[in-house]
Ligand binder design. Structure first.
Ligand SMILES: [Fe+2]
Length: 185
């Protein structure tokens, strides 16, 4: 049932934001590879895969005009977009799903150095699977062309991640950068 909910949610989000086409599906696949690579349990791998595919669920509440804007967002537009994490978390609440999935939805924009949102969590206070999703999401965003930037190669994306390493869990980033070329990313 959860699998069906995920496909339903990802389809709606991608339907509203065509540039996200395939983003969630790719994230789900890459999440499995990443979880397997670092030795997560099968349960964690499944939870990460589901969470990665629906992490932007809250974008359903953001205006299409803002989501598809082919230019840099204004400060007030960006503050609206930032709300997608808490909104997604609140929308999922009635489903009573595993809290580790809800945590991915809520905390996938938290930075390891505490500079992220919505709560400004830092270090290992950020839930583990959300720290993994932070890396997966950014890597996919960097390598995919969007209205406001051209996607870069996997090598370039890894260099960019390492250039801003303070945003990410250092152990997870090291593992991801070792793994990604091995799976052709
Ligand atoms: Fe997001």
């Amino acid at each position: 049932m959860l699998e069906k909910i995920c496909k339903f949610v990802a389809g709606i989000v991608e339907g509203r934001d065509p540039d996200l086409d395939g983003h969630h599906r790719r994230l789900g696949q890459c999440a499995r590879a990443f979880a397997r690579y670092i030795g997560c349990s099968v349960e964690e791998m499944e939870l990460l895969s589901i969470g990665a595919r629906i992490h932007d669920f809250g974008k359903l509440s953001i205006s299409e005009h803002i989501l598809n804007k082919p230019a840099r967002l204004t400060a007030s537009e960006f503050s609206l977009v930032k709300q997608h994490t808490d909104i997604g978390f609140q929308l999922l609440a009635p489903l009573d799903i595993d809290p580790r999935i809800s945590e991915i939805v809520r905390f996938h924009h938290e930075n390891f150095d505490g500079s992220g949102y919505p709560a400004g969590l830092a270090g290992t206070t950020i839930p583990f699977l959300a720290r993994m999703t932070r890396i997966l999401d950014t890597f996919d965003a960097l390598t995919t062309s969007r209205p406001y930037h051209l996607g870069v190669s996997g090598d370039e994306a890894r260099q960019l991640l390492q250039r801003e390493a303070h945003f990410y869990d250092p152990d997870l980033l090291r593992a991801f950068c070792t793994m990604a070329p091995a799976i052709g990313q």
